[in-house]
Every structure is written in C-alpha cells, then in structure tokens.
Design a protein around this ligand. Sequence first.
Ligand SMILES: *[C@@H]1O[C@H](CO)[C@@H](O)[C@H](O)[C@H]1NC(C)=O
Ligand SMILES: *[C@@H]1O[C@H](CO)[C@@H](O)[C@H](O)[C@H]1NC(C)=O
Length: 520
Amino acid sequence: MLTRILLIVLIIGLGSAECEFSIMSFGDFNLTSEKQLKDIIKKENVFLLGLTSGDCQGCCESENFYQTLMETLDKYRPRIPFIRHNLQKSNFISKYIPEQDKLPAIYGVKKGTFFKYHDMQDSLKILRFADRLISPVFYMKNLTEVLEYLNPATGGFNSLKLLAVLDDSDLKQDYEKSVEKLGNWFTTEIRAIIDRNLIKELRKIRPDIGYNTLILIRQDDTKMTDILATENLYKWILNNCVGLVEELTPYNFQMYSTTTIPMIILFLDPKNHYHNNYIEEYKKSARKFEGKIRYSWLDATKPDYIEKRRRLGLVTEILPSIAFNVRNQIIYPYPEGMEFIEKNIDTFAQGYIDGKKSNQPTFYTPKDINLLSCKNLKYDDFEDVVYEEGVDVVLFLYTSHNHKDSEKFSNVFNKVCEKFTDLGYKSLEVYVYDNAVEKPYKTLPTGKFPRVLISPAYSKNDPLVVFNGEFNVEKIMKFVEKNADVQVVIPDENEDNKENMQEIKALEDTDGEVKGKEEL
Ligand SMILES: *[C@@H]1O[C@H](CO)[C@@H](O)[C@H](O)[C@H]1NC(C)=O
Ligand SMILES: *[C@@H]1O[C@H](CO)[C@@H](O)[C@H](O)[C@H]1NC(C)=O
C-alpha cells in the first residue's frame, strides 16, 4: 500500500515537473465571476482573455508563452490587459464564446465581442492582433504612398491589401466594423483614405476609382466594389481575398479558416508534368461551386502534409487526390484512383453539400491483383529502369485500391507480359506499377487508371507515349510494336505460325514499315 501511495505521489510529481509553471501563473488578474467580466468590458476598450482549465492536459505548457506575452505587453502602449480564467472553476464564459473548442485559447474582447486568436506561438503576432482590435484601419495621408500601395506586391511575396476610399465620412464606422473580424489576418494590410482633397488628387490620376469604393489588391488581381451598393462588405472581402484556386500557404490559411464555407484540398506534386492539367480540371469545377465551396491545393510531397492526407482519409500514394478539410473525425475523401476529371470532381463536391461522408480506414492494405506474369516496378528503381537508354520500357500503371478497371484489365496485361516473355526481346522490358503503394513518378500521368505507357529506347527525353486504344491484348501489342524504337515484331493472333512471321519480316525488310500487316 505504501509503495502504491509513493508511486502515485511520484507520478503526480513527475506530471507537474513536465511544466515549468502551473496553469494561471501569468496574467494581470483572474476572472472569477460574470459581474467582474461585465465591469471589465465596460472599463476596457480592448483586452485579451487567456482561457485554460484545471482538467486540460498540457495546458500548463502554454504558461511559458504567457510569461513572454506579459513581458511583451508591458513594453507596449496602450497597455493591453491580459486576463486569465480557469474554466474548471465556473462556466459562465461559454455564453460569450460561440464555439469553444481547444484549450488553452486566447480571445481578444472588444466592446463585448469575442474574437478568437489563432496563432499560439508568436507573442508579437498577438500584439498585432490586439492592435488590429484597437485600431483596425490605418488612414493614409500621402498621395505618393497611396499610389505605391495600389500596386500589387511583386517578387513572389503573397500579400493582401485593402484600401477604402471614403468620401462619405459616415462610412468610416461601417468599414472599421467590417474589417474588425480580420484581426487574425496578420499579413493583410487594412487601410483607408478619408481626406477629400487627397481623394480628388487620387481620382485625377486614377479616374477608375469611385468616391466610395473598397479596393482589394491581391498579387494576381485587383478588385473594386462600390461600398454603398455592397450589402455586406465583410462577406465581399471573404469572397475575394483569395483566387479561385490557390495554393494553401501559412499566409492565406487564416483567410481560408475565417470563411465559414467548406474547403477542399487538392494534394498534388507540383513537379509532376501533368500538374497544370490537373489544376485546370479542378478550376473548372471550382467555378461552378464558387461561393459554396473553397478550392485550394497543397504540395503533397512536403513531409508535413503526408500525415495531413492520412488524417483526411486519403490512404494511398495516388496523386492528385482530394479531400474536404473537415474536422471532428468526419472524413470525406474523393475516391482515390477515380479518374480525375471535372465531372467526377463536381459529383464529389455536390456529395458533400448533400451531406455525404465516409468512414474509410486510415491506413491502406494493398490488395492482390493478379499480375503474376509481370515484373513489378518500384518508385526507387523507376529512373534507372524506365530511363535506361537503348531499352524500350512498357509500363502498366494501375492501382490496387478502389479501382475495378485495374482489376478488370489486369488479366489483359498479364497476357501481354506472358507474350513478351515468350517473345524474349532483349531490348524490351515490361513492368507493372501499382500507384496505390508507389509514389507517382513525376513523368507519370496519374489522373486515370489503368494506363499503358511506353518509354521508347532512344527518346528518353520525350514524354512517355500513352496508349489510348481499347484494352485488349492485340491492340496493346500493336501499340508497343508501333512505338518501340528497337524493332519488335508481333506475330498475328490468329495465324500464329512461323510462315506468317516470315512473311511479316519479308514485308518489313522491303519497305521498312509494319503497316498494312492487318491485311495479310
Ligand atoms: C490567479 O490564480 C492562480 C492560481 O489559481 C494564482 O497562482 C495567481 O497568483 C492568480 N493571479 C493573480 C493575478 O491573482
Ligand atoms: C509623401 O511620401 C513621400 C515618400 O514617402 C515623400 O517623399 C513626400 O515628401 C511625402 N509628401 C508629403 C506631402 O508628406
């Protein structure tokens, strides 16, 4: 018994030793009642609220951050109060916070409205966040600077800039209110001009800018809207802040997450030779769901995103792959291996709107597809095997996952392998490549399965030649015969005898062509 108590004491001791400080260690004061909260809201224009809980695992780890935060706040004027609250002690705060999720959390509170802060790592960012709450808009006074500001950022730096031209000073308050919620958009510049003379000067140079106009400057585009005619400025900003299909970056992630509309993520390899085709196909679908679903993409080859793909229900190596960025354990991935075309993407997106979701496993066990007569190619050997000069390489690209066509045509291809083994051409190699388990090599078109491709022996710099015919043994053999650089002769299916082969050879010898053989 004694040892058990000792053990428990030891465990508790170790548990708290993980954190340098216990929860609620830092803050200007501790919030304990609703009345107290109401008083602060009346007294302080803006304050920060740090929520934690006694029963939250790992919450104490954030105290070090709060220590730095307090030091940062002390250096800053006006001094923004940082108030602490332990949710385990009372629950009145939940009335004020619409969707309270993970703890610890920081909220900025302005005139009784709670704004969640999203980045828990950088104490300088939180200053910017608070600063945004205190004065959401920077008012510009200098024409040269305004003109400069209206130029889109160059040099690959992502940026978003807003400029409201407010001839009607009544609109000032509306504009400030509309941009208040953008406190977490740390890389966004929010500005305005209200000086009538300045507006006049500006309009001499830029007559396209109206008197009460909001201008949004993205790197790729500039949008304008008449403020008086725009019903909801905040929504207008959300709808225009990112392009139709954009790569998801730390810079625009806050923009995406501010929007309440669902988001899908396309994972692909930007180095893949078919990258642009896939993006184009995706964009076509995005146009149809504009305002309903946000389309974005990520570079799936970055190690950080491998885990993210798995979490969203994408279990194979197939790229491109798509999934909705849903939380709460719900997953809704695009069926991996399904042809990547506009129509299918539309159906998938509509499915989400219609309330579909799936419970796929989060790991993949390769299924057996009968391709026993074929040699299997691995990603690591791809370069050496497929790009070996002097060898024609034929490839059956398939997926063992979720794809009935791959299974259906595996028998056909198995026979192709058998035939080439029998023919025994030294200059010709035939392989199968399972994209459910092997990463897609950059030269492979992986938006459709199965595929037959050939890398001709002496055209290794050209794209692989893709077979487009009907999937039968004869047609595939003919395709190989036609595209191989080193001559191969395929005996005719029906008259598979030596005499026939000699005739074919004779024909080729005379005109060097294999065409017309079908008439034989
Ligand atoms: C807030 O409460 C914690 C313990 O729950 C205490 O250690 C801390 O000193 C309190 N802070 C203030 C400013 O009173
Ligand atoms: C406006 O800004 C530019 C560049 O920042 C500066 O050269 C100019 O003197 C300023 N003009 C006024 C009127 O302040």
